[in-house]
Design a protein around this ligand. Sequence first.
Ligand code: IPM
Ligand code: MG
Length: 364
Amino acid sequence: MSERTILFLPGDGIGPEIMAEVRRLIEHLNRRGLGLLVVEDVVGGAAIDRHGVPLHPDTLEKARRIGTVMLGAVGGPKWDSLPFERKPERGLLALRKELGLYANLRPAFTFPALVEASTLKREVVEGLDLVIVRELTGGVYFGEPRGIEEIGPGEKRAVDTQLYTSSEIRRIARVAFELARTRRRRVTSAEKANVMYTGVLWRQVVQEVHEREFPDVALEHMYADALAMQLVREPRRFDVIVTDNLFGDLLSDEAAMLTGSLGMLPSASLGDADQNGRRRALYEPVHGSAPDIAGRNLANPLACILSFAMLLRLSFGLEEEARRVERAVARVLDAGYRTADIHSPGTQSVSTREMGEKVVEALD
Ligand code: IPM
Ligand code: MG
C-alpha cells in the first residue's frame, strides 16, 4: 500500500457530491505526480443499506490499516426511525473511538471575500482566526451508563454519563498548548466548573499541564456558556479554544457561522502516533449531510476541500500543496463564485461541481 493512500468514505446526503469534488482535485494533483491513492468504502446510512450496519468491521479494519481517512457526512431522514445503536451517526462515532481520534481540530477563519456572508457585522468577524480543539472520544458521547429504561407505568428514565479521566484531559490539553505555540500562544479552556465535577477536574488538569509544561503560553479558563456569548461578541480575542466533546460540538457550529457558513469549516481528528511515527487521522467537513439539498448539485464543497488541505498538511507533510489548495479556494471566492449557502448580491452563483472545477482551475 502506498505511503499516500487515503480511505474515502463519502457517506450520506451531500457527502458523495462534495467528496466527488475532492476526487477531482486529487486526480488533478496526481497528473502532476503527487501519487495519491484512493480506496473507497461506505459508512453511515450507505453502509446500513449495503451491510445492515453503519460501520462494517472490514471498513474499520481498512481504516486501521490505511490510517488516513477522508469522510463526507453521515445521516438522513431515511434512517431516522432505526434504533439508536444502528443509526448512521454510530458509524462515525465508532470510527472516531476505535481509531483513537481524540483530538478534533476545527479551525474557523474568515476569508476576506466572505465577510459579508456572515450574519455578524464586518467589524466583529473580519480577520477572525481561531481553532477549536474538541475532545472527541470521551465525555457524554461515550460515558457509561447510558440508555433509556422503564421505571413505571408510562414513565421512563434516560441517562447519559459525562465522564473524563485526568489522562484524557491531559492529552487534549497538550494538543491545544502545542498548537498555540505555532500560533498566537493563547489558550482558552472551556468547561462548566461551576456546576459539573468533570468541569472541576478539567480546569484543574489543564491548569497543571499549563504550569508544568507550557508556561510560555497564555491560558484563561472560561465557563462554556460565557464562551458561547464571547464568541459572537468578540470572537477575535480567541486563538486556541480547548473544550470537551459536547461543548466542542456546540461551539464549533457557532464558530462556523461566524465565518459566513457552516459550509466553510474543515476539521481534522487525530490520534497518537503509531510505531512509524504516523498519526491516525480522519478529515471531514464540520457540516452534516444536509438531506434537504442532497443530490441537487447545490452543496458547498469548500469545507470538504479545506479538510483535504488539512490532510495534505497533517498526514502527508505536503505543506506547500496544502497551501496551494487553500490559496485556490481564496482565489475562487475573491473572483466572486458562490454556492447558495454563501451567496450575496453581486456574486455569481455556482453549483457544487462548478465550484470544484473553479478550485482546480485556480490551482495553477
Ligand atoms: C459533528 C457532528 C457529529 C457529532 C454527529 C454527526 C454525530 O455534529 O461532527 O460535529 O455530534 O460529533
Ligand atoms: Mg456537530
